[in-house]
Structures are given as C-alpha cells and as structure tokens.
Design a binder for this molecule. Structure first.
Ligand SMILES: Cc1cc2nc3c(=O)[nH]c(=O)nc-3n(C[C@H](O)[C@H](O)[C@H](O)COP(=O)(O)O)c2cc1C
Length: 244
C-alpha cells in the first residue's frame, strides 16, 4: 500500500518547495502562456443587472457560514446571481492591463474560469453559462436542464440538481504556470479557494446557503462543459440557493 511519502500529492508538494538555494539556482520549467481571458465569441451574451450589495457585518457572516445542502424551490433572481458573480470575480480596479478582482490571484494572472449550471432562476433559462469577465456578461453555452447530469458527475450529490444554481470553476494552468513553473499549480488551488470563500460569505450576506463541492468525476464535468481536461479542467464547484 503506497504511503503518504510515495503519493503523487506528497511528491508534488516536496518537488515544488522553494528553498533559498533552489530559488537562485534551479531552472524553472519552460511553459508557454495563453490568453488571459476566455471568450466564447459565438455564444449568446446575457448582460447582468447591477449587483445588489447589501450591508452586512463580516464577523456575523463568518460566524453564520455553514455548508448548506438543502434548498427551497424558490428561484434565484438574476440580480442575486449578478451579486454572487461580482463577489467571486467582480472587476474592482484596472492596473497596467490587469483587471483586478474581488478575489486575489497570484501574480494577478487569474487562471480560474467561472461557469454556472442554472437550474431554477428568474429571467435566466436553465442551461450552462460562462462568465465573460471583461464585459461582465454571461455567455450561454448550452440551453437545457443539466442538473441531473451534474449530479451524476458529482457522485450523486443531488444538490447539483436541487440548487437553483451551481458554480463550476475550471483552471487554465498555463496562465499561472508560464510564470511560476510547476509551483504555480499550488497557486491555482489557492486562487480558487479564495473565490469560493467569497461566494460562501456573500451567500450568507444575501440570506442564501451554499456548499463547496470537491467530489466529482472530473472528466464527466469537463465533458458537460466541453473542456478538454488538459489545457482547461474543472477543479471546484459550489451549489447555492435559499435554505430550506
Ligand atoms: C475542498 C472542499 C471540498 C468539499 N467537498 C464537498 C462535497 O463534495 N460535498 C459536500 O457535501 N461537502 C463538501 N465540502 C464541505 C465540507 O464537508 C464542510 O465544509 C465541512 O463538513 C465543515 O462544515 P461547514 O462547512 O458547515 O463548517 C467540501 C469542503 C471543502 C473545503
């Protein structure tokens, strides 16, 4: 039975440590970069309403946050989706060509793409959507009900079908790894965790409940979204809705 020390996880952690000697002497991997923004030019664009930004006590939100897996059948208003998207990837400043966001990103390289599986929302039909960050618009990728497929791809976690919306985050590793080499993969997972925590706290502030989801068959979710699983792959998800 392989031990922790023989596992790919440990080998990666150990192999990507910074050390004073290594940082100066070690040659970094030569990884070519890619475009910083993903756009689906053929997709129908859906402008988002101005986000609702309620006044909330950060300490109370931290105290109240809990993973919520059961939701009422109340549909999610589009303004609320807009607020959640803003909390996770809203552009809050522009600096030297970088679009700085509500969540931090190593080197301001933003390797995470945001997709939504919409099951039950007002003014937005069920389907799979992508957030076009620069314009702040949603792009419709596939029309229809995909909640049950997402549930099946998520080891049968029915909240993927019952939640009015599921956030699905993918990574385009080259964006970060072209600068940071293999160590950059660490940063990608840190980036997505910041994004998800923003979603979880914003959900509390808006009277919603959310649950992070790390258990899924990666390539089944990739197939659903049309991602190749190599240059871009799903790494995290979260369901959101009004608590039951
Ligand atoms: C990386 C990560 C992955 C998770 N994956 C799942 C998941 O697939 N399904 C689920 O029901 N909960 C998932 N959770 C939620 C945890 O079970 C939950 O955070 C934990 O039980 C503590 O409860 P709390 O969030 O209510 O404080 C995940 C949490 C994290 C941080």
């Amino acid at each position: 039975m392989p031990d922790y020390r023989d596992s790919p996880g440990f080998l990666y952690l150990d192999g990507t440590k910074h050390s004073r000697e290594g940082l100066l002497g070690k040659k970094k991997e030569d990884i070519s970069g890619v475009e910083p923004f993903k756009v689906y030019p053929e997709a129908k664009k859906i402008p988002l309403p101005r986000p609702v930004l309620p006044t909330a006590d950060i300490w109370q939100c931290l105290k109240d946050r809990r993973s919520v897996r059961r939701y009422s059948t109340r549909p999610m208003p589009l303004e609320v989706i807009s607020s959640l998207l803003w909390a996770t990837q809203g552009v809050t400043a522009s600096l030297g060509g970088y679009l700085l966001r509500t969540a931090p990103s190593a080197g301001a390289l933003y390797p995470i793409e945001t997709y939504l599986c919409v099951n039950n929302c007002l003014s937005l039909g069920p389907g799979l959507y992508h957030l076009e960050v620069a314009s702040g618009m949603l792009e419709l990728l596939r029309d229809g009900d995909f909640g049950s497929e997402l549930t099946s791809a998520s080891l049968g976690q029915s909240m993927c079908q019952k939640a009015p919306v599921v956030f699905v985050w993918s990574a385009i590793p080259r964006r970060t790894m072209a600068k940071y080499g293999a160590r950059g993969m660490r940063y990608i997972f840190m980036d997505v965790a910041h994004i998800c925590e923003n979603l979880l706290l914003a959900s509390v502030a808006l009277g919603l409940g959310a649950c992070p989801i790390g258990a899924f068959f990666d390539d089944e979710v990739n197939d659903l979204l049309g991602l190749d699983g190599i240059e871009e792959s799903v790494i995290y998800m979260a369901s959101v809705g009004f608590p039951k």
